[in-house]
Design a protein around this ligand. Structure first.
Ligand code: 5GP
Ligand code: MN
Length: 335
């Protein structure tokens, strides 16, 4: 089945469903929220009953997105989420490729006995997880894919300003404002089309990229001036942040978003890592340029995965020295 046929298939399932759930991954980013809420707004316009669920909280810099106020956060409202799962007959999983990415919600997902669909742009989707897997790793983002799928489903007229705002936001955040994963002309056709739906581009950029808290900016300054370590022989860099350091800067969810990209702005650096102690684990973010496959590194050493040039993972053992040593030792294998 090609993507257009899959989109038709998806349309049939969605239009036949009585209640639809949309779920994205733990620590939802702009793309996860944008694709989920883009779909949510369109399904609302099609008069469907639909609920958006996230494993944990929406970062405040994305909480303005149209529909974000209706999201049910599993961490805070597990009972409501359970009820929503009991009542639903279609589950749409957005911006993730395996059940582990929803963390504590994994069992709910796996025990859902009705129709399941994946719409995602990560490599190696778990094809056992859903009856319909719409996976495309060429696109910039799940938001771009969601736009393509909804268009091919025949829902173009229902992609209103609200939906377009969500989808545009996710494309911008996942590509670093069209810096990476954005070399295909098709991406720009989608962006142009979204702009044509009367969205307020300047306002979106202000809300997402130019509304930083002073604490976040100071934490970034601290990372770059005090915590960034360069390993020139491997064209590598890393930054570590302990829970104490986050606390010192009054850390709020989302505050370290994008920090891992900065070392790649240094000439000659092709791989960057960010190790953050939070939620009783070390969260790993990896970014690279060109051939360096950070998803492979993450799979092998950091219990994670992701894209070729952008990946993440985690360690349950909180030992910053050990994780840095693991990274240093792993580098020659990947650069
Ligand atoms: P970030 O560094 O922004 O948290 O994540 C970058 C990318 O890495 C995400 O888009 C996702 O594909 C992947 N990723 C992040 N954390 C994890 C994780 O814990 N497990 C897996 N499998 N992938 C992750
Ligand atoms: Mn994404």
């Amino acid at each position: 089945m090609n993507q257009a046929q899959q989109a038709q298939h998806f349309s049939e399932k969605a239009l036949a469903a009585n209640h639809i759930l949309i779920v994205a991954h733990q620590n939802p980013d702009g793309d996860a929220l944008g694709a989920s809420l883009g779909l949510y707004n369109v399904l609302q316009n099609l008069h469907k009953s639909v609920t958006v669920i996230m494993p944990n909280e929406t970062p405040s810099f994305l909480a303005w997105m149209p529909g974000a106020d209706r999201i049910i956060n599993y961490k805070e409202h597990p009972g409501q989420v359970q009820t929503a799962f009991d009542d639903a007959d279609l589950l749409v999983m957005v911006d993730f490729n395996c059940s582990g990415r929803v963390k504590e919600m994994e069992q709910l997902l796996l025990s859902f006995a009705k129709q399941r669909v994946i719409i995602d742009h990560h490599p190696y989707p778990d094809t056992q997880l859903a009856q319909l897997v719409i996976s495309n790793i060429e696109v910039s983002s799940s938001c771009e894919l969601m736009y393509d799928v909804m268009s091919a489903a025949g829902w173009s007229a229902a992609i209103d300003r609200h939906a377009a705002t969500c989808l545009y936001t996710g494309i911008m955040t996942d590509t670093g404002m069209l810096n990476h994963n954005s070399s295909r002309p098709e991406t720009y056709h989608v962006v142009a089309n979204l702009l044509g739906r009367n969205i307020d581009k300047d306002e979106i950029h202000k809300l997402v990229f130019h509304s930083n808290s002073v604490n976040r900016m100071r934490l970034l300054g601290y990372c770059l001036s005090q915590k960034m370590v360069l390993i020139p022989q491997h064209q590598a860099a890393y930054i570590t942040l302990t829970a104490q350091e986050l606390n010192d800067f009054n850390y709020q969810p989302g505050d370290t978003e994008g920090f891992v990209n900065y070392p790649l702005g240094i000439e000659g650096i092709n791989i960057s890592a960010l190790f953050i102690e939070r939620d009783n684990q070390i969260k790993v973010s990896l970014r690279s340029r060109g051939e360096v496959a950070v998803n492979k590194m993450s799979e092998k050493y950091f219990n994670g995965g992701g894209h070729h040039n952008a990946a993440g993972g985690e360690w349950s053992r909180i030992d910053m020295d050990a994780i840095v040593e693991t990274y240093r030792t792993a580098l020659p294998e990947f650069v």
